[in-house]
Design a protein around this ligand. Structure first.
Ligand SMILES: [Zn+2]
Length: 341
């Protein structure tokens, strides 16, 4: 009779302990549990900004090619970063999202310097063209553009985010990473090799919840069928397509891991999703097509190339009380934060 009792006690203990164990393991920040980066998020959850302070030296001077003045200027990197973060992210975003942006922006500059990438910006370390490097506005430019109220109330928030992370960069294998970022994902980020040709171990597709509040999360673009056909003919002279039976001649062939269109068949041509995005000025290449009478409707998810950190995803995480390092470790797989000055 002893064995059934032991079995009964064992079963009861198991039944009581299991839910406790589950609730302990998954208590709190479990919303991104489907992501591969959960381990990082859990591991770093209680770190504060001072954890990373290891050196305390002055910040370096860098050379900046200013595209609006066509001049190369010498600047303190941290001062330059005030103008970058102010231009790359809304000051309405949470403190932790702004700090994540500051570290990404700083890392981008160090990556260019470490890899001696001076092409395209007149031999300087970095330029102010947002399509080539990162957007930037000087203190005076910000004052003129945004006004005194913004300078008094919002600029200090930007400055604080940069100051709080002074000298902190993201590394992989002890080297600065290429910290790509973009506005809004479709709920998932892209593998770098599926969007650009190069593969980076830290630019992997991860889940990106909390994006819904972004105004660019879902957009529609409507275009007349004739204009649709004419635009394609303008870009592909040998394309054979007619506005008569578009429904049957346009078909999405394959998609990336995160859902962007890889290739689409349009008449006799196979066109990449990225080219479709450029031709029709879509917010991203993650789209579906609908047809309604004379109209073609692009139903677009997200905004930007989709690789690396989603800025709206970072803001969503910050609102869920994630810290800036947790946000960065989530979007940049297996990276670390290093204090370099
Ligand atoms: Zn540049």
């Amino acid at each position: 009779m002893k064995k059934p009792i032991i079995f009964l006690i064992g079963t009861m203990t198991f039944c009581i302990l299991l839910p406790v164990l589950i609730s302990v393991l998954f208590y709190g920040k479990n919303e991104i549990s489907s992501s591969e980066s959960t381990k990082n998020i859990m591991k770093k959850s209680e770190q504060d900004k001072d954890t990373y302070e290891t050196v305390d030296s002055t910040s370096p001077t860098i050379t900046v090619y200013n595209c609006s003045t066509n001049k190369t200027e010498k600047m303190d990197i941290e001062t330059f970063l005030y103008g970058v973060v102010a231009s790359e992210m809304s000051s309405d975003f949470s403190e932790e999202a702004l700090k994540a942006q500051a570290v990404a922006a700083r890392t981008y500059i160090i990556y260019k310097i470490e890899n001696n990438i001076t092409q395209g910006h007149n031999g300087a370390d970095i330029c102010t063209n947002s399509n080539h490097c990162q957007a930037y506005a000087s203190y005076e430019e910000l004052k003129n553009k945004k006004g005194d109220e913004w300078m008094n109330n919002s600029y200090p928030k930007i400055k604080q985010a940069v100051d709080d992370t002074k000298g902190h960069i993201l590394t992989y294998d002890n080297k600065a990473i290429l910290p790509l970022y973009f506005s809004t994902s479709s709920g998932k980020t892209e593998n770098s090799e599926e969007v650009f040709s190069a593969q980076y171990p830290y630019l992997k597709s991860v889940s990106s919840p909390y994006e819904e509040q972004s105004p660019k999360y879902y957009t529609e673009k409507k275009i007349n069928k004739n204009d649709f056909v004419n635009l394609l003919k303008k870009n592909y002279s040998s394309i054979s397509i007619s506005s008569e039976n578009l429904n049957n001649t346009v078909k999405i062939l394959d998609r990336t891991t995160a859902g962007s269109v890889n290739t689409i068949q349009v008449g006799n041509k196979k066109i990449t999703g990225r080219n479709m995005r450029t031709i029709f000025g879509l917010n991203s290449s993650n789209f579906d097509l609908g047809f309604n009478g004379d109209t073609v409707i692009f139903k677009v998810k997200g905004y930007g190339h989709g690789v690396g950190m989603s800025q709206w995803g970072a803001e969503g995480m910050a609102q869920k009380n994630y810290k800036y390092d947790e946000i960065l470790f989530h979007y940049y797989t297996d990276t670390q934060i290093k204090d370099i000055y």
